[in-house]
Design a protein around this ligand. Structure first.
Ligand SMILES: Cc1ncc(COP(=O)(O)O)c(C=O)c1O
Length: 441
């Protein structure tokens, strides 16, 4: 299904790549068209949409997925980091199947929830107490709500162009966002952030930040930036919240542990549910204990599926039996090694391509310099990203169109090598177009 790119200019190369994709995915196209009559644009998760239309996934096995058209792909999307365990980890699958037999909507505290909560409290240093939710978005909303209730203040400071969930999207002004009074700062600009926190003074309830920007480009925070946020929020008694929905997988104790910086609250999600719907937030006991229902004036937080037995079981099994601290350490090293190898191969092409990230999460950028903050969307060469993405799909390699690559645990060394070879060849094929498109920026 490889396209025969004419490569004359970006438009014709893209036309060829799109035509090859459409020719190779007729069944997916039918599913896509049929879905349009009941879901807007045939879609229920904006990030899963890409042109000409996304292929329909029918099955996952290990670190591979299969589409409705009979193609097989190495899965480097890794469900935007939630797919850490791959598609059917045998240990997790077995315990979930066992749990199914005992009933799934039990309507009471179960045997597993406190075990998972305990493990997470042990793993993530800032977490003394924790509560579960159903998504990372919900975890962030509740962490922000808790910070506002605890401080008696209103305002929130976030990173410009950051993403913390479907209703906490800070690229542009989403009309769907929760209506908190929001202020923005630039990522990795410690001095400006300290000045902003100080000027917001006793209006500021919380600073919400990812210790590595995930969706916005796999951009690690400087240690000094995070330390400045910690020091500045302490001075004004604002809460510091680390969103570790993505980054907690990077090391045994997340990036809070890696940096040795303790936020007041932290939010979690994705892989920690062992592949099932998950979210959690937690932190200082004096804040979290306000959720104790026996306490006078406690903060209520219900949620029908907060402790659902399948997620609790999958999450606990994953963290206790599969992604142990030792495995997390080794996987961090393996991800770093792969990223360095990828960078090395790409650097030989002498192209304006940068690869950023940490451990098993990385993002490539068409730029002359590695970004230190999320890029202005207007400066992103979307056509180049599309061309690369479609050509890599044609080579049986799948990752996020915006350039995000996540490794999952079952990925073999041979699959890593194959990805690196395909990626380097695809870049090489289009090198004149890449140089031209990036120099026009
Ligand atoms: C940093 C970050 N926070 C929060 C979320 C939202 O999590 P969920 O999709 O589970 O609502 C995401 C999802 O991609 C995320 O990347």
């Amino acid at each position: 299904m490889a396209s025969t790119n004419r490569n004359l200019n970006l438009e014709t190369a893209l036309e060829d790549a799109r035509a090859a994709y459409v020719a190779a995915h007729p069944v997916s196209q039918e599913y896509f068209e049929a879905a349009k009559s009941v879901m807007p644009g045939g879609n229920t998760r904006t990030v899963l949409h890409y042109g000409p239309y996304p292929f329909t996934v029918v099955k996952g096995e290990g670190a591979r997925i299969h589409d409705a058209d009979g193609h097989d792909y190495a899965d480097f999307l890794g469900e935007y980091t939630a797919g850490l365990y791959g598609h059917n980890d045998p240990v997790i699958t077995a315990t979930v199947q066992e749990a199914l037999k005992g009933g799934v909507t039990l309507g009471g505290p179960n045997l597993v929830e406190a075990k998972l909560a305990r493990l997470m409290c042990e793993r993530f240093p800032a977490v003394e107490r924790l509560r579960f939710t159903n998504s990372g978005t919900e975890a962030n909303i509740l962490a922000l709500g808790a910070a506002r209730a605890f401080t008696g203040r209103t305002d929130i400071l976030v990173v410009d162009r950051s993403y913390h969930g479907g209703v906490l999207t800070f690229t542009g002004d989403s009309p769907l966002n929760v209506p908190f009074p929001i202020h923005r700062m630039d990522y990795n600009d410690a001095e400006a952030a300290a000045a902003k926190i100080s000027s917001l003074g006793d209006k500021l309830a919380a600073v919400l930040v990812e210790p590595m920007i995930g969706a916005g480009g796999g951009i690690p925070a400087d240690h000094g930036f995070l330390q400045t946020l910690r020091d500045a929020t302490r001075k004004t008694d604002a809460m510091l919240i680390f969103d570790e929905v993505m980054t907690s997988r990077l090391t045994r104790g997340g990036l809070q542990d890696h940096h040795g910086i303790s936020p007041d609250l932290a939010s979690f999600g994705k892989y920690l549910g062992g592949g099932l719907t998950f979210g959690a937030f937690g932190g200082r006991v004096d804040i979290m204990d306000h959720f104790d229902p026996a306490r006078a004036g406690s903060w209520g937080h219900a949620g029908t599926f907060n402790n659902n037995i399948l997620t609790m079981t999958a999450g606990y099994t994953g963290l206790s039996k599969v992604y142990t601290p030792e495995v997390a350490d080794a996987f961090f090293a393996r991800g770093n090694q792969f990223r360095e190898a990828l960078k090395d191969s790409v650097s030989k092409l002498d192209l304006p391509v940068q690869i950023t990230g940490l451990g098993s999460m990385m993002v490539f950028h068409f730029a002359d310099k590695a970004p230190t903050a999320p890029l202005d969307p207007a400066s992103i060469p979307n056509q180049l990203l599309e061309l690369l993405h479609l050509d890599m799909i044609a080579r049986g390699q799948f990752y996020a169109r915006r350039g995000m690559i996540n490794i999952s645990l079952p990925t073999t060394d041979a699959e890593l090598d194959a990805f690196r070879a395909a990626f380097t060849e695809t870049l090489e094929t289009h090198s004149p177009l890449i140089r031209e498109a990036v120099s026009e920026e």
